[in-house]
Design a protein around this ligand. Sequence first.
Ligand SMILES: Nc1ncnc2c1ncn2[C@@H]1O[C@H](COP(=O)(O)OP(=O)(O)OP(=O)(O)O)[C@@H](O)[C@H]1O
Ligand SMILES: [Mg+2]
Length: 246
Amino acid sequence: MTAVPAASPPTVAIRCAAVTKHYGSGETRIAALRGVDLAVQEGGLTMLVGPSGCGKTTLISILSGILSPSSGELSVFGTDPSRLSDGERAEWRASTVGFVFQQFNLLPALTAAENAAVPLLIRGVPWKQAVEVARGHLAELGLGERCASLPRELSGGQQQRVAIARALVHDPRLLVCDEPTSALDHETGERVIDVLRTAALRSGRVVIVVTHDQRILRYADALLRMDDGCIVGDRSNTSAAPAEGT
Ligand SMILES: Nc1ncnc2c1ncn2[C@@H]1O[C@H](COP(=O)(O)OP(=O)(O)OP(=O)(O)O)[C@@H](O)[C@H]1O
Ligand SMILES: [Mg+2]
């Protein structure tokens, strides 16, 4: 009888313990995160769902080093970005994180290909080479014909895909997407999720997608459900779409 090799245990890439975040102080203080505990494994597509205002953008901003938590423990590939100096954190983000903002945040004076190339340009890749790599990602996302267009010449869904190409272009270990299919039709949304899932399944990678889009939930390898600043559900290898209310 041939021995079946044991599958290697999943590696936890991201951990949070009792993470809180509040904005403001005194009477206007808002508790956006009220004690988040989570573990995200590498090599899969993790989706984060929950009602508007429950803290999803706040949480992924903390995981990406854009915001610091008010309290709690955080580890992202062994690093707590909130404990780095400003310079170290900027360096860590530039090398480790790709972030698709809910509002896209494209630079208006740059073409689609130049916008998508920005993370490479920041790292010193020569302009022509960086733009060439960016063009490849844009083509993969169905925008090969629009590389020379400025953001204002693009539809919302096209701008959204430029933002996704920009997040993928430097092959980050952590890719975080805030509503990446919100402006896309069904077919384009599936194409985008396919690209994100391919990126997620490579070893050592984590892709976290915040979504309200019921149509894409079936592609999740893990599903985190948030409500009122806390994780209230955590499922791995989801095959069925979750219940309503997300
Ligand atoms: N800069 C800020 N200053 C004050 N309050 C904020 C700030 N950013 C977010 N909040 C508040 O924190 C809470 C969580 O906001 P967050 O943006 O994380 O929610 P969300 O789950 O991403 O919502 P949505 O699905 O609408 O994008 C909300 O009550 C929001 O109003
Ligand atoms: Mg949000």
